[in-house]
Design a protein around this ligand. Sequence first.
Ligand code: PA5
Length: 446
Amino acid sequence: MALTLNDKYIKDFVNEEEFKAIQSEISAAHKTLLDGSGEGSDFLGWIDLPKNYDKEEFARIKVAAEKIKKSCDVFVVIGIGGSYLGARAVIEFLKSPMYNNLKKDTPDIYFSGCNISAGALSELLEICEGKDVCINVISKSGTTTEPAVAFRVFRAMLEKKYGVEGARERIFVTTDKARGTLKQFSDEAGYETFVVPDDVGGRFSVLTAVGLLPIAVAGIDIDGLMKGAADAADAYKATDKIEESDCMKYVAYRNLMYRGGKSCEILVNYEPYAAMLNEWWKQLYGESEGKDKKGLFPASVIFSTDLHSLGQFVQDGSRNLFETVVSVKACDKSFPIPFDEANVDGLNFLAGVELDEVNKTAMRGTILAHIDGGTPNMLIEIDDRSAYSVGQLLYFFEFACGVSGYVLGVNPFNQPGVEAYKKNMFALLGKPGYESQKAELEARLK
Ligand code: PA5
């Protein structure tokens, strides 16, 4: 495996008997997930996805990605939540958060429809001026407000610029295979469509066309990504034993932490390229476990940046935290610290030392400081910054999430809480059918 979990910095925080005792719960949850006997079992398609995917569509994704690469300077990915976070996480992790500013032979990629900001939409339209543009609208339901608004705007922009026929060649739609207005509209308009499988929820969809098309446009090896995930699937499905599976070990510790009063898990990275991976992870765990008044609050930091902002709290604030650190063992960039004659900063003792070694030393020192302060740490290491390793990491978190949700006693595959804000927003905006709620909500806002 390209992924290992080191529990050296957390095991002293856990009672040995409790650690042994949770095995039976994990075995039961592992079985429930794999035999599909739990709540939400209509949404288990992601489990076998790394092997059991639509090969014809996978080939079509590659062809479409090449077409997009050739025909545009700017590729706009329109989607929200599970319909954009996975793609953005993988692109930033494997390319760069500064991908758009680097020299490359692939288009700039921007994400839209993931907020309701007039400023963000206007700025992106301005960026697109004078450039060739393609778009990929991604929405399983096809009716989510944020991407629907952005799609209206970009479709109109493309039709004005290229005409209806020209725009047709530049609009790619990823949605439900049969149901829904977006599918019907796309078929009528003649757009190329890709499928969000019925049995895969948004936050588990990164290894479908939802994630794969944008990831392929960025020039990332999607075969490697799938292979990494497939190897992880084989390993994690094969055993429910905590001592044999790092994935089940992660489930055990995070549930024991929760029971011991740690209500917040912080995902920690030491690389800015992992910031969106953190966001993907937060959605995965937040939407899967945060229900029925239960669940760990998933938070994230990028160190050492945030050691200068949140570090004080993690070291010394409320003791309801534990950290899961994700680290890439091999650094793909050599950057020795330069010698400086003046040595004003007194750092010449580090001259010639690789910057990554300083970063890893900061990580080791911080882990020790935080456990001394009462914040347990787990360390997940992947071998390198490759599509294969990232595929394993994605699957590790997905599989752990499914099992962990059942250990917690929730349905990990629904998200009823997401609807509450939508109902209020639509009522306040005067959507037909919401008249009585509108008056009631307006009275409360007075
Ligand atoms: O994980 C989920 O199910 C959600 O985050 C959805 O992906 C998000 O709400 C977008 O939904 P849709 O793809 O239907 O536009």
